[in-house]
Design a protein around this ligand. Sequence first.
Ligand code: FES
Length: 509
Amino acid sequence: MEKYTFAQPPHPYWLASTSDADYPVLDRDIKVDAAIIGGGITGISCAYLLKKAGLSVAVLEADRLGQGATGHTTAKITSQHGLIYNKIKKQMGMEAAQQYAAANEQAIREIEAIIQEKEIDCDFSRQTAYVYTERDGYVQEIEEEAKLAQELGIEANFVTEIELPIKIKAAVSFGKQAQFHPRKYLLALAQDIPDDNSHIFIQSRVVDIDEEKNYLITTAAGKKVVAEKVIIASHYPCYNKAGLYFARLFPHRSYVVAIKAQEAYPGGMYITAEEPGRSFRSLPTEDGELIMIGGEHHKTGQGVDTRQHYQNLVAYAREVYPGAEILYRWSTQDYLTPDQIPYAGYFLPNTPNLFLATGFRRWGMTNSMVSAMIIRDLIVSGESPWQDLYNPSRQTIAASGKTFVVENLNVANQLIKGKLSAVPTDTELEAGEAKVIMIDGDKVGVYKDEKGTQHLVDTTCTHLGCELKWNAAEKSWDCPCHGSRFTYEGEIIEGPAVKPLRTVKGQTD
Ligand code: FES
């Protein structure tokens, strides 16, 4: 089968099909009721709900709106997050499973209500969602999930056939789920925020949060925001002074291709129960219907050459849809928590005015809205029906000790392995390639661009010092410990790092 070439850089359809919104950079000091750090779907949803509740808000985005996880998602709006309900029931009880279902079903309705009220043109459509298996070993688990989901009030069914050209053993369907174009939705929602002492600022990276009488936030340009409430919605929390979140959030990457198939897509959103994960949904575009096929998740900065993950997806897409044309490819990063439930609520038990929303485990569309509703309710009325389940300081994090220990041992191993690994000293590279070499006893990452210029950076992560790994598919330096990512020139792509990489003298032509 023809191999996929990486002639074009990654190109998420969501970003390619929307223009950039024109918002200012923060260039003065301001004061608001609530500062929201992060201009993705979580931050914008929080800002929208809080402004509606009467607060003045300021969104502070390090880059562009919806550029990060929101611009790279598969955008399924569903309460079906894999086979999650029996896991929650076993781990935390029936009440917790009930709350998770209620919160995420409510999020679907809330998103639809906003779209209808504001008449947002964002390709929203109701769809049936399926978790399916091609293996006998998963049939019973799927049957049990369908039964429990019904008990939880979800429109769920156990089925043995789906309309995709795949022979399955079993599936659980959830009715009345949805999909949309996440950036069209986010940009429309954002339009309602500026005005009445509320603001959106882009390219305004937050580098410090201080607690005084109010919170004092500082951006990289040295501008200040004074706010009584602060919501950290920056995917990975950009506040490292407390909470040890780096030890209880685990970064994973996953991949998507959007294809033009010869067959019409039957509708529906699909995901496998087993590994390697595969997911499907349709994508209405100006050039006709495309099909998104996703999967291949792995720990950030670990595993095989990242180009192999795209090759695997392309091969799979062409197996299911012979003759498929690959039009877009992109990848994303998600954070997982030890018990698989996101963190949404007070940053710490003793921070009544500092909030956090993250750890959505690849299910950010409903969980971002659930988080926004929880934080809005905690701020406005002091309580939320889902606050205990999503509480970032919940006891079950300690109870999920095995995952916690295994994941952090993995981080410790990466730290040691990175420091001990032997590296060559020669810099011979083809254009488009990178490697780590030794210069004067220091490890240096060298990337040779298409024009032959070499870019040298110190491959020590500026967060906590792990050794970065080259991501050949995205041309970035990725941290295997907590997921920071940097361009080949050392600029931050995503945190927790807040400082760029040290560049090393010696860029040569
Ligand atoms: Fe923590 Fe790199 S992200 S050490």
